[in-house]
Design a binder for this molecule. Structure first.
Ligand SMILES: NC(=O)c1ccc[n+]([C@@H]2O[C@H](COP(=O)([O-])OP(=O)(O)OC[C@H]3O[C@@H](n4cnc5c(N)ncnc54)[C@H](OP(=O)(O)O)[C@@H]3O)[C@@H](O)[C@H]2O)c1
Length: 327
C-alpha cells in the first residue's frame, strides 16, 4: 500500500510517500480501507519530534480516520466487509492505552488495522470527510463541555483558539447544547467563520483584550491556549465557573498564579483528555453529525501524497477548522 511515512523526525520534508506492506490483522482486528484522515496539531509535533510522546521510527501518523471495512478477523462480529466506519483512536490495553497514529501506525496510508472494538459504524448521511473530523475534535468538545464541564443550556461559554479544529467543533457542540458562545481567535476572517458556525460574539485577541471586552462573567471556558491566558481566564469566570484546560498552544507553565480568587469564587480548573472519553462519546458525535446537527468546518483537502503541503497549512496557523488527506 501507499503511505506517508517518516523515518526521522524534522521539518515537513521528512514525510516520504512510499510503498509499504499492507498491515496484517489478528482474530479480533479489522482492516480498514482509509477514505479520509484529518490532521491534528499532534501529528505535526510527532513528525517534528517535539511531542512529549515520542514515536517509534519509521512512523505513519494520522489519528482521525474514516473508511470502509476491507476484511475482518475470525472473531469479529460487530462489523462486516463494506461497512462504513470511523475509528476511535484510543486502544484500551490491560494496562493503560495505545493511540492509533501515535503508538501504532495511523491513518496517513491506504489501510490501517485496528481492534474491532475501535470501529464505530457511520450512517450513509455522513460523508467520510466529515466523519474523519469527529474522533479527536468533536469527542474532545463533547467530553470536555458535557462530561467534564457539565454544560447546561443557557450557560455562557468562551471558546479560545476558535479557528483550531477543536475550537471550531467546540462552538458547534456548545451551541447544540444551548449555550451562548463567545469565540476568540487571531484574525477577523477566522472570527467571521466562527460566527457562521454559531458564535454569538467574536473577539480578535490581537486587537482587543478579551478580559476587557467580555462583560458580566462566563460559566465555562474551553481553553486551548493555557498559560498565556491564565490570569485573564480566572478574571472573566463567574463565581462557580469552570476553566476547561484542553491545550497549551500559548504555554504550559504558569509562572505566578494567584490562588485566592479560585477559593473565593468557587472556581474549578478541570483537565480534559480525549483519551479518557468512553466510546459512547464518539457514538454520540456520529449520531449528531449523521442527523446534520454538526457541519464540520473543512478548510482544505489534499491527496495523501501531499501530506507535507497539508501540514504546512497547520504549521502557519492558516486554517479555520480541519485539513483532510484523501488516499
Ligand atoms: N485535551 C485533549 O484531549 C485535546 C484534544 C485535541 C487537541 N488538543 C490540544 O488543543 C490544541 C489545539 O489543537 P488543534 O489540533 O485543534 O489545533 P490547530 O487546528 O493546529 O489550531 C491551533 C490554533 O491555535 C491558535 N494559537 C496558536 N498559538 C496561539 C497563542 N499563543 N495564543 C492564542 N492562540 C494561539 C492559532 O490560531 P489563531 O490564528 O487564532 O492564533 C492556531 O490556528 C493543541 O494544544 C492540542 O494539543 C487537546
Amino acid at each position: 500500500m501507499k503511505a506517508s511515512i517518516f523515518h526521522e523526525t524534522g521539518d515537513v520534508d521528512v514525510l516520504k510517500y512510499e510503498d509499504i506492506n499492507t498491515p496484517e490483522i489478528g482474530d479480533n482486528d479489522v482492516l480498514v480501507k482509509i477514505k479520509a484522515s484529518t490532521l491534528n496539531s499532534l501529528d505535526l509535533k510527532l513528525r517534528a519530534g517535539t511531542s512529549p510522546r515520542p514515536v517509534e521510527l519509521p512512523h505513519i501518523g494520522g489519528i482521525d480516520i474514516s473508511g470502509q471495512v476491507e476484511s475482518t478477523g475470525s472473531s469479529v462480529s460487530n462489523v462486516s466487509p463494506g461497512d462504513r466506519v470511523v475509528i476511535n483512536p484510543t486502544v484500551r490495553l490491560e494496562k493503560g492505552f495505545s493511540v492509533v497514529g501515535v503508538n501504532q501506525h495511523g491513518g496517513f496510508a491506504e489501510y490501517v488495522s485496528v481492534p474491532s472494538s475501535n470501529v464505530v459504524k457511520i450512517p450513509d448521511s455522513l460523508s467520510f470527510d466529515d466523519a474523519s473530523t469527529l474522533p479527536v475534535c468533536y469527542v474532545t468538545a463533547i467530553y470536555g463541555l458535557i462530561n467534564r464541564g457539565g454544560l447546561k443550556s443557557g450557560d455562557t461559554v468562551v471558546v479560545h483558539a476558535a479557528g483550531s479544529g477543536t475550537g471550531s467543533a467546540a462552538i458547534e457542540v456548545a451551541k447544540h447544547y444551548g449555550a451562548k458562545v463567545i469565540a476568540t481567535a487571531g484574525s477577523d476572517e477566522k472570527l467571521e467563520k466562527a460566527k457562521e458556525l454559531g458564535a454569538d460574539q467574536a473577539i480578535n485577541y490581537k486587537n482587543e483584550d478579551f478580559a476587557e471586552v467580555i462583560k458580566g462573567g462566563v460559566d465555562i471556558i474551553f481553553d486551548q491556549v493555557g498559560a498565556g491566558y491564565w490570569d485573564k481566564n480566572i478574571k472573566i469566570l463567574k463565581p462557580g465557573g469552570k476553566l476547561l484546560l484542553i491545550g497549551v498552544v500559548g504555554g504550559a507553565v504558569v509562572e505566578k498564579a494567584m490562588l485566592g480568587p479560585l477559593i473565593m469564587r468557587d472556581i474549578s480548573v478541570i483537565g480534559v483528555t480525549m483519551f479518557n472519553a468512553p466510546n459512547s462519546v464518539l457514538e454520540e458525535a456520529v449520531k449528531l453529525a449523521g442527523e446534520g446537527k454538526f457541519k464540520p468546518a473543512i478548510f482544505k483537502k489534499f491527496p495523501l501524497s501531499e501530506n507535507h503541503e497539508a501540514q504546512k497549512v497547520l504549521q502557519e496557523s492558516e486554517q479555520f477548522g480541519k485539513v483532510i488527506l484523501n488516499p
